[in-house]
Design a protein. Structure first.
Length: 511
């Protein structure tokens, strides 16, 4: 018998679907329910590599952690990685299968993937007691409904009840709830069980008359009102709201251990990917992380980070246009710390041969590291481990660029001292490994090096555990659901489906 299921949809993008899904997953896991997350189609530049070498959205990896299970490609069968305004790399079951324009994808390719998506969901439901699915954008995107495989398309085909989340902090939540239902077909409306209010500030009793009227208008209950809490995001799909940084900065955090703070500037390059790498830096008491896009903003930075990007050559051009490239060269010449991660590492090298991503051919890099990069058609997707600065370090690799290191010092080595990845010259560092800064001992050793080079009396806290902070974050999400949602009603939805006889709200989907 297949396990239960629920689709968490939203009135808009960024309504809180990822957070609510993770919260429900953690609440269920704490009840002893064997639960898994699922998102049929994700558009994000923040991705993760599973142990079997599959690339999925980072949000689904974090939701898997909320479930206390290992993430797999089944949990996010389709990942779209934007490469510009109109095209994306399509990653299917964890492997890239080509580039498609938005018109080409929605014009036919998306619908062809429905069978694959439904098969993945069915496999999860056969394995787990419950699968909590996350939608994308809004289910009422009437221009896309015909080819939809992530919102009502998946709900209809899999018979999933739908919970619609609305962000009341943005305003207009009642109109958004009503309008979302009223723009769906009768068949789709029959699966929309009710609503969940997110980010409410104030006295909930003042909201209750509106919820009662919403029930009178739609025949659907509100399953909870979640209060506004700072820093409750999990790894973001896109945007600059760096999740854990916000959580640590805005909650009670120990003061700096040393006499100085450490200032980190992250260059906000185009098509920035896996900017969650810097969450681990911001988790350290006394480390201040900010995103920058002007050369003068590097002046007081103790460390500059060049993050990953889906467009290495484009990012390199942007750095030159903005004057940031020259500022980075001056920093390196002065022995001031610079760290490049993945695409940022490639940019720091001597030159790039790219006939795959940008098809720009030979492009000169910044020349700060003795590294030559050639883009291969096959993408590297691995979960390596090694040693750096005398400490164990783990990470994950997601890149087409192959680095030929011709000098400098190895950054990450194996236990025999043989180079595994990266390069260092003075205080300029580069690595392909995402997530390496989550290794606590290595992060502290690296920050001590940066502080010494910057002349700062900064001391890393001896007991900061990034993994423990992330677990605390997920438990806070589980607490929100347990304390502010009707969990008995939620479980009935998951186990039994949408209530029968829900009324139709006109006008319904346009013909």
């Amino acid at each position: 018998m297949s396990g239960g299921g629920l689709l968490v949809a939203g009135t808009t993008s960024d309504a809180g679907k990822s957070v609510v899904t993770a919260g429900i997953c953690r609440w269920l896991a704490r009840q002893g329910v064997k639960v898994a997350p699922f998102k049929a189609q994700n558009m994000s530049l923040n991705s993760f590599v599973t142990r079997e070498g599959a690339e999925i959205g980072r949000a689904q990896a974090m939701q898997a952690q909320a479930c206390r299970v290992e993430p797999t490609a089944l949990m996010n069968p389709v990942l779209l990685k934007p490469g510009g305004e109109r095209s994306s790399q399509v990653v299917l079951l964890g492997k890239p299968v080509g580039e498609l324009s938005a018109r080409g994808y929605h014009g036919g390719r998306q619908q062809q993937l429905l069978g694959t998506v439904l098969d993945c969901l069915a496999q999860l439901r056969d394995t787990y007691d419950a699968v909590i699915c996350e939608g994308a954008g809004s289910p009422a995107e009437i221009n896309l409904r015909r080819t939809d495989i992530v919102n009502m398309g998946i709900a209809r085909n899999a018979g999933l009840p739908v919970l619609v989340v609305g962000d009341i902090d943005r305003g207009g939540v009642f109109a958004s709830f009503f309008g979302t239902v009223a723009l769906l077909s009768p068949e789709d409306q029959a699966l929309v069980a009710g609503f969940l209010v997110n980010k409410f500030r104030g006295d909930v009793t003042l909201l209750e008359p509106g919820l009662d009227m919403l029930h009178g208008l739609t025949g659907r209950h509100t399953y909870g009102v979640l209060p506004f809490r700072h820093g409750l995001g999990i790894d973001e799909e896109d945007g600059l709201a760096v999740s854990l940084r916000g959580a640590v900065r805005e909650s009670a955090v120990a003061p700096p251990v040393g006499e100085d703070v450490l200032r980190v500037a992250v260059c906000a390059v185009p098509l920035m990917s896996n900017f969650t790498d810097v969450d681990a830096l911001a988790a350290e008491p006394g480390v201040v992380v900010r995103f920058v896009d002007r050369p003068e903003e590097l002046a007081d930075a103790d460390l500059v980070v060049l993050p990953g990007t889906r467009g290495t050559v484009r990012a390199l051009e942007w750095l030159r246009e903005r004057g940031l490239a020259d500022a980075l060269k001056r920093r390196a010449a002065e022995g001031r710390p610079v760290l490049g991660i993945c695409g940022g590492y490639q940019i720091l090298g001597e030159h790039i041969e790219d006939e795959v991503e940008s098809r720009a051919g030979h492009v000169d890099g910044l020349g700060l590291l003795p590294v030559r990069v050639r883009f291969a058609r096959e993408k590297t997707l691995t979960r390596p481990a090694g040693e750096a600065l005398g400490e164990p370090v783990e990470g994950y690799e997601i890149h087409h660029g192959v680095a030929d290191v011709t000098g400098g010092t190895a950054f990450i080595s194996d236990d025999s001292g043989h180079s595994l990845d990266g390069c260092r010259v003075g205080q300029t560092w580069g690595t392909h490994w995402h997530g390496s800064l989550e290794s606590d001992g290595f992060r502290r050793a690296f920050l001590r090096e940066v502080a010494a080079a910057a002349g700062r009396r900064f001391v890393p806290a001896p007991d900061t555990s990034f993994a423990a902070l992330r677990e605390e974050q997920l438990d806070r999400l589980g607490d929100l659901i347990e304390q502010h949602a009707d969990t008995d009603a939620l479980w009935r939805l998951i186990e039994s489906g949408a209530p029968q006889g829900l009324p139709f709200i006109p006008p319904g989907a346009p013909a």
